[in-house]
Design a protein around this ligand. Structure first.
Ligand SMILES: *[C@@H]1O[C@H](CO)[C@@H](O)[C@H](O)[C@H]1NC(C)=O
Ligand SMILES: *[C@@H]1O[C@H](CO)[C@@H](O)[C@H](O)[C@H]1NC(C)=O
Ligand SMILES: *[C@@H]1O[C@H](CO)[C@@H](O)[C@H](O)[C@H]1NC(C)=O
Ligand SMILES: *[C@@H]1O[C@H](CO)[C@@H](O)[C@H](O)[C@H]1NC(C)=O
Ligand SMILES: *[C@@H]1O[C@H](CO)[C@@H](O)[C@H](O)[C@H]1NC(C)=O
Ligand SMILES: *[C@@H]1O[C@H](CO)[C@@H](O)[C@H](O)[C@H]1NC(C)=O
Ligand SMILES: *[C@@H]1O[C@H](CO)[C@@H](O)[C@H](O)[C@H]1NC(C)=O
Length: 425
């Protein structure tokens, strides 16, 4: 039996479904006018589908289905037909009592679940803006006591898979999350492919994909355009192991790829990723780093992380800031490889640079010249065929050295075919 498990998981990844049952939410009374709540109709369809052994729950095209939190069940795949839209509610009462369950669509402890099709899931993030601010929007926050969240961060996420096995998310658009967009927690065997994520540039916490405590994850052909971090492996109760992200396009003004804050992460590959990052107001965490990796503890109560075996291959980035690789003493980053990487450094906004951003933990904000690649506390860094190009308009103002490291904190450095040159406009 044990030897069958990998095969079963593989089958799950290809298609989480074993039955062909298809139920339409319209047959369960969903109206799809975007004004009446269709929650109970949709939830009845999901529950009936699960009770019958699983299958697809279809959202017919043309409908806009306003809903409170939907609970996805084992064996059920939501299929959003072209032009259909799930609209998350914007009232506190549209979400469960416990903050950890605040998602528009939530699957908990489910097996063989997914969301597919050509429709849209919309978190109506705009409705959570209390005051528009070009520096950082002020957001509605359900931060009453006992909410399990702090300050202005108490808003619902868009889609969450928590403790699931065999997850497939394919082909949809995710727009306007009020907080994070796609969140995996303690999942095993997830594929996210052909997905587009569109957050808001002025709304904080619009992360693209947060992979938390989850193993064997594949992210491919995903396009992420958002204000906050785009792909974030992170850990809180367990490690993140075996993650592949490939053939992706990312634009953001925080960090594009972010492994941070006391994370335990092992065996991750990013390949064929096109990145564009720009500076923004310093009140944002994340300063336009195309790649940001740190094991720095989030706060005094947390331990340093442990990050090892990261491969970045076939990456191209155009950015206003450099790559930031920062272990901590006693918890160095281990075995990082950068192969075939084109980095174009250019300044095109008027925001000031010259800061290392260690937030939320460690040294906070540190005034420091901007290196192409900043390396500290790393054991094992291979760079092969890495091109750094500086685009100069008015001198190389704001840029410092191509690579910066202190010999006492970096060991096992191997550079092969690393070039650096200036292109004058
Ligand atoms: C609640 O969030 C608002 C911003 O939406 C903030 O101004 C306020 O300080 C927060 N209150 C608490 C207790 O965190
Ligand atoms: C992921 O793998 C690690 C071992 O590498 C294990 O400790 C952990 O429980 C696994 N997590 C999940 C969600 O399966
Ligand atoms: C690393 O991850 C890849 C892809 O998920 C997997 O094929 C490979 O077996 C993993 N390597 C180790 C040493 O676990
Ligand atoms: C990345 O950019 C290259 C060159 O512009 C292009 O050929 C490739 O298709 C792009 N890949 C993605 C995933 O956007
Ligand atoms: C990097 O640029 C070179 C041309 O200078 C190009 O041949 C190569 O495909 C580029 N690689 C990536 C990963 O974009
Ligand atoms: C990286 O790009 C090279 C040249 O285009 C290609 O041969 C290789 O298969 C790519 N590797 C990955 C892991 O995408
Ligand atoms: C940058 O320019 C924008 C308009 O393009 C302006 O709103 C903003 O105040 C400027 N920021 C700084 C730091 O000068």
């Amino acid at each position: 039996m044990a030897s069958l498990l990998p095969l079963l998981l593989l089958l799950c990844l290809q298609s989480p479904l074993t039955t062909s049952l298809t139920l339409s939410v319209a047959d369960y009374g969903a109206i799809g006018d975007g004004r009446c709540y269709d929650t109970s109709a949709i939830q009845s369809a999901i529950d009936a589908c699960a009770a019958a052994g699983g299958g697809r729950v279809v959202f017919p095209s043309g409908g806009t289905y306003l809903t409170k939190t939907l609970n996805l069940r084992s064996g059920v795949v939501l299929r959003l037909e072209r032009g259909s839209r799930i609209l998350g509610g914007t009232r506190r009462g549209d979400y469960p009592a416990e903050q950890r369950r605040w998602y528009v669509v939530l699957a908990e402890d489910a097996k063989g679940v997914g969301i597919e099709g050509e429709g849209t899931i919309d978190g109506q993030g705009g409705a959570f803006v209390e005051r528009i601010d070009g520096r950082k929007n002020v957001m509605v926050s359900w931060n009453g006591t006992g909410m399990g969240c702090l300050g202005d961060e108490c808003r619902p996420r868009l889609v969450g898979f928590v403790g699931c096995k065999g997850v497939l998310v394919s082909g949809l658009r995710f727009v306007q999350p009020a907080y994070w967009c796609l969140h995996l927690v303690r999942c095993e065997g997830t594929t996210i492919r052909d997905v587009q994520i569109k957050g808001d540039w002025d709304t904080p916490n619009n992360d693209g994909i947060d992979v938390e405590d989850s193993n064997n994850t594949l992210i491919e052909r995903v396009r992420i355009d958002t204000g906050d971090d785009a792909i974030c492996p992170k850990s809180s109760t367990g490690p993140v192991v075996n993650l592949v992200a490939r053939d992706c396009w990312i634009r953001t003004k925080s960090s594009a790829i972010k492994l941070g804050s006391a994370s335990c992460v092992n065996n991750v590959t990013f390949s064929n990723i096109n990145i564009s990052t720009r500076y923004y107001d310093p009140s944002w965490w994340g300063r336009a780093e195309p790649i940001y990796v740190t094991t720095c503890p989030r706060d005094r109560t947390s331990k340093s992380g442990a990050i090892s075996d990261l491969l970045f291959i076939n990456i191209s980035a155009m950015s206003e800031n450099g790559i930031f690789l920062s272990g901590s003493s006693g918890a160095p980053l281990r075995d990082l490889r950068f192969i075939n990487v084109n980095l174009t450094y250019k300044r095109w906004t008027n925001y000031s640079g010259g800061l290392f951003d260690y937030r939320p933990g460690c040294h906070g904000f540190v005034k420091h010249g901007t290196a192409g690649v900043m390396v500290e506390h790393v054991n094992g860094l291979v760079m092969e065929n890495v091109k750094m190009k500086w685009v100069e308009e008015n001198g190389l103002k704001g840029w410092d050295d191509p690579m910066e490291f202190r010999p006492d904190s970096v060991t096992g450095l191997a550079l092969n075919g690393v070039t650096s040159y200036v292109e004058r406009l």
